[in-house]
Each structure stands twice: as C-alpha cells, then as structure tokens.
Design a protein around this ligand. Structure first.
Ligand code: ADP
Ligand code: GLC
Length: 476
C-alpha cells in the first residue's frame, strides 16, 4: 500500500460535470466531489469529452494536440482548457467521436461505437497527462465511460509511464456497463488475457478487474451488487474483489440546494419559517393551472426509465388519481413507452395531474420547493440525490426501500422518521405508500415533525470527500 499524505493531485476522468454536461446525478456528483476535494486543499483536474453541447463554451487560449495509439490505429485529437467554478477542466476534442448532439445515444438507440468512443477518451486522457508530465497520485474514473482507463493505465505503466498514479473507479450505476464484442478487442488494444473470466465483457467489467480499488455510491447498493440480479452478471467479479470495494454515500451541494438561498425560487424559506414554501407551492400551481386548494401536492423530477419505477408508478397513479383528489406534477425525459402513458394521465386527470416532458434545472428546484411529497419509487437506486434535495426542501420523500434510498431516508413508523417507504416493487405496495402519505398529510403535527426532521438532515460532500481521500490513500 502506498500511503499518500499531504496535498494530493487527483484527476477525474468523467463524462458529465454539472454546469457543463448533465444527463443525471453523475454530473452533480462529479462536481460536488471535485469541489469538496479542492476545498480541502487538494488539486483536481477534470478530463471529459468535448461533446457537441460544449462547443459554445468559452475556452482558455491554450490548447494542444495529442496523438493516441489505440489498437493498430493512430488518432489525433485536441485538448482544450477551461475553468469551471474554480475547477480546471480539460476537454478531449475529437469531432467524429464526440461532437454529437447527445452524449450516448441518438435519442432511441445507443451509438454503435460507444465502446470505441470511450476507450479512446480514456486513452487520450492518459496520453495527455503523460505528455504534460502530469503524474497524479490518483486517476479517478467515474462509471463505464471512464472504466477502461484502469487497464490502459496498467499498459502505460508497463512502458514506464505514469508510474506514480493509481486508478480508482466509482460505480454510479452498475446497470450501464457498455458491452464489448470479442471481435472488437484488437481495435481497442485489449488482449483476451486482460478480460475477466466468467462475467460479461464490458468497459465496466474491465475497469473493475483492473482498478486499484473501487466503490459505489451507498453501502446498501454495494451490498446489493454482491448478488444477482442487481449486479447484472458481475456479482462474481464484485465478490472476488470485495476487499477493494467500498460504499460511499454521495453528498449534497448545499451551496446550490438550500431553500434559504436558492435563487430559482419565488420565495426563500428555512425550517423555522415555511411561509416561502407555501408561496412556492402557490406559484407552481398557478403556472400549472392547478387549483390552490388544501390537497397535498406530490412532485417528481426524474429520468424516465425503468430504473425509476415507472412500470408500477404509472398504473399506481392511474388507479390512485381515480379516487384521490391529490395533485401530482412530474418532470422528466426518457423512454417513450412511459412518456406516452404519462401524457395520457394528464388528459384523464386535467384537474390533478401534469407531466412536463423535458428537463430544466431551475424548474427542478422549483418543484423541489413546491411539493409536500417527493415521489422516488425507484426499482433500484445506487444513491439518489433527489431524495436528499427533497429532505432539505421540506418535501417529504416517498421512496422504495432500496440501495441509497434506504440508506438516506428513515421511513415511518421508525422513531426519527424522515419519509415514507415501501418494499415490494409493485402497484399495491406503492398505492399503500401513497395512501400513507395522504393520511400523514391529514395529521398536520405529525407531518410537520417528519418534514422538520428531514430538513435537519445533513449529507455533506465534505464527509464523502474524507472517505474518498481514505480510499485514494490506500490505493495499491
Ligand atoms: P439519477 O442520476 O439516477 O438520474 P439522482 O437522483 O442521483 O438520479 O440524480 C438526479 C439529478 O439529475 C438531479 O440533479 C436531477 O435534477 C437531474 N435530472 C433528473 N432528470 C434529468 C434529466 N432528464 N436530464 C438531466 N438531468 C436530470
Ligand atoms: C447514478 C445513479 C444515482 C446516483 C448518481 C450519482 O445516476 O442512478 O442513484 O445518485 O449516479 O452518483
């Protein structure tokens, strides 16, 4: 074990970063952690692809070209620089691979060349570091897009390069692995002996097999990944490396997610005075054309995918809204097979239900502030950030007891409860939770206690960063 002490140099390889590119919580997490590490005096450099959406970002004047050997090919790319909220960012620019409107798919199907694109990203990032004489203590990859870096670092070290660096990997979502076809191995510069035995071959499985150590974003999800079906075929690999596998819960960037200072809201508030929350609720209802009545308001902001529980959420809402007068406002983008029925719900229940297809950062804050309850009934959830934001905004989360949701929300009837949860991933169990929420809302004193306790919870990135630093220090 190399004990690293003092100020560390840490390079993030990641595909998303809040303020630059975001499709979900990965972006919140990379930025929150990078800032917390820098606040502790460590130096972070973030390397990410220059996606089409980043071509309008102002850049620093300096840039450089880098040549990348991958398989039998030699590719050229440019590396551009900018600083985002005090964090140095290096963007790997390769027009054919990355200058696409969407990062991973064309809106319907994943791009056919994703394995090559992200293998290239990792290799280019490592060449860039090596050519600039940057030998970070830690290269920290995030998710499948950066996982191949673990193997490529080993290969470069065999050539005497980047010898001081160790590769650690964070799995934000183990469901996305990016499979690799065997006949593509040569093109990616990977030999059969590099491939972990008896598990599906993917960028993620390569990363887990070759990194120094790895973690996922809650203890609960770590435990789930040690068996199937949660591990999506990789449980034997996670088990084999479990000594090097930890669980670290994400933090919340309270600089951005605090109802007392949030600039997106019509009125600010805090736990001792919730008048502003009432104003936020009225404003949202006005915008949505919903009556300003005494019924509870349920909100959600979510990627619209199977992960988020839409298979049972949609039938449960359909059933529940027929008998309840509660209001529901949801925002999201994702799979049409769910979006169409959500739009139908709005036609069926025009006085109670709104679905906004899209994603808007300010509006996501406004929904968090306006709601009485936040719906997060995920089928699985590595950590989840929206329930943590909801706690701070006094919007009682309704979660399924899984992964990070179970770790961050203490459900009624437990003493000190901060939310409501259900266990079985089915319509009946979710309906039970919705009814429990309505009953809780009728009991104002009890509702307020749960709400207040939620608002007092603290999930700081500073604490999470300490645990990452320990993982970095112990990386062998
Ligand atoms: P996940 O990362 O699985 O989507 P999290 O709860 O960890 O779930 O993080 C969600 C983050 O992504 C929040 O900041 C939320 O506002 C944002 N978000 C939710 N839906 C979308 C979307 N369709 N596009 C971009 N960001 C989204
Ligand atoms: C993934 C997970 C989510 C987690 C986020 C950030 O998108 O689905 O649960 O909070 O990454 O780690």
């Amino acid at each position: 074990m190399l004990e690293r002490k003092g100020r560390m140099q840490i390079v993030f390889l990641c595909s998303e970063f809040e303020g630059l590119l975001k499709t979900g919580g990965l972006a919140d997490a990379t930025r929150g952690l990078a800032q917390a590490l820098q606040a502790k005096g460590h130096k972070v450099i973030v390397l990410m692809p220059r996606y089409g959406a980043l071509y309008n970002k102002a850049l620093l004047d300096d840039w450089q070209s880098v040549y990348v050997e991958l398989g039998n090919q030699r590719y050229g790319c440019a590396v551009r620089h900018l600083v985002s909220d005090g964090i140095a960012i290096a963007l790997i620019e390769h027009h054919d691979f990355f200058a696409r409107a969407r990062p991973y798919d064309d809106g319907e199907h994943p791009y056919h060349d994703n394995a090559l694109r992200f293998a290239f990203f990792c290799k280019a990032a490592l060449y860039y570091l090596s050519e600039n004489g940057i030998e970070p203590d830690v290269i920290h990859g995030h998710d499948w897009q950066s996982a191949a870096g673990a193997l490529y670092l080993k290969q470069m070290q065999q050539q005497g390069l980047l010898l001081q660096s160790r590769f650690v990997l964070t799995i934000h979502n183990a469901a996305y692995q990016q499979g690799i076809a065997r006949h593509d191995l040569a093109m990616l510069g990977i030999s059969t002996s590099d491939c972990p035995a008896d598990v599906p071959l993917s960028l993620l499985s390569l990363g887990v097999a070759h990194c120094s150590s790895f973690n996922t974003v809650s203890q609960g999800y770590r435990q789930e990944l040690l068996s199937e079906p949660a591990a999506n075929g990789l449980s034997s690999l996670y088990q084999a490396r479990q000594q090097h596998f930890s669980g670290i819960v994400n933090g919340c960037d309270y600089g951005r997610w605090d109802p007392q200072t949030d600039k997106s809201l019509v009125a600010n508030y805090h736990s001792a005075d919730l008048t502003g929350k009432g104003l936020c609720k009225s404003e949202l209802r006005r915008q949505m054309g919903l009556a300003d009545s005494k019924v509870p308001l349920f909100v959600s902001v979510s990627r619209v995918t199977g992960q988020k529980g839409f298979d049972y959420l949609i039938p449960a809402l359909s059933h529940w809204l027929a008998s309840s007068s509660a209001q529901v406002v949801m925002m999201g983008t994702g799979e049409q097979k769910y979006i169409q029925p959500l739009k139908t719900l709005q036609q069926q229940y025009p006085l109670q239900y709104r679905f906004i297809e899209g994603f808007d950062e300010d509006f996501s804050h406004q929904l968090e502030a306006a709601g009485d309850f936040f719906l997060m009934p995920s089928l699985f959830e590595p950590c989840g950030l929206n329930q943590i934001y909801s706690l701070r905004y006094g919007t009682v989360p309704i979660v399924r007891a899984t992964g990070g949701l179970k770790d961050t929300v203490l459900a009624l009837p437990a003493r000190g409860a901060t939310g409501i949860s259900f266990t079985e991933p089915d319509v009946e169990a979710l309906l039970g939770a919705l009814q429990q929420a309505e009953a809780l809302y009728q009991n104002k004193a009890k509702y307020q206690k749960v709400q207040q306790r939620g608002m007092q919870q603290y999930f700081g990135w500073g604490e999470a960063a300490e645990q990452y630093l320990k993982m970095y220090q112990q990386a062998t």
